[in-house]
Design a protein around this ligand. Sequence first.
Ligand code: SF4
Length: 275
Amino acid sequence: MKPVVREIVAKTVLNRSKLGDYSLNCYGGCTHACVYCYARFMERFHPHEEPWGAFVDVKVNAAEALVKQLRRAEPGGVFMSSACDAYQPIEKEYRLTRACARMLIEYGFEVHVLTKSALVLDDIPMYAESRLARIGVTLTSMDEATARIWEPHASSVAKRVNILKTAKEAGLATSVMFGPLLPGISDSDEAIDALMKTAADLEVDVIWTDTLNPRPKVWPSVRQLVAERYPSLLGSYSAILFSAGKREAYVEGLRGRIEAAAKRYRLGKRLAGCP
Ligand code: SF4
């Protein structure tokens, strides 16, 4: 089904952020429609009739709004993006992410991309020329079938791996977010090992990992999918997400297994974030 696209006018697009000095979102909503997407919380502030993943608001004046902000902002790192994927399919039509990234670079800001879309490849030459960029991808699992279930409209795992390879070959720093690791699905020792091996093979510079969190609006969609596809896991998902003691024990065990896998591949120093 085609997503509902709305053109809107934004006052600002650059925000202070814990994920970097700033974050920048040219779009509201994300048609990659990941089941666990934490950006669903935005629905609280900007409700839509359509479900998450079925709409995208296009901030058509993003570049104009940004240039006004850049005249007053201190240069720093800009995370793209925190509440959408900056390279979701609509970017091909509007190229707002490209226009904003170019402007950020001109003003001496560093762009930190985190995406699940091969569309970023079109902008690798721009980023490589600037050297003011780091290109990252999110990988929840190396298994294509699992990724398709949980991230139905994102690029395939193989295409995401190719983004890291291409960015590295272009001389850019790279990063990867392994997460959220899905309990009983993509958090086994073998699955974590496969992710770390990929990071090692591709010489990824920065690695983050994350577990599934009970953020607002996430549980209903996760629960529905787990009930349909993995019914035997429903009880453990509920416990890991909502029972404080069980969650603590789970996260501690997961952290230990992640750190052990990173150590095996001599990635300890590159592991910037653990659950
Ligand atoms: S790509 Fe990111 S922002 Fe888009 S739906 Fe998936 S998790 Fe959410």
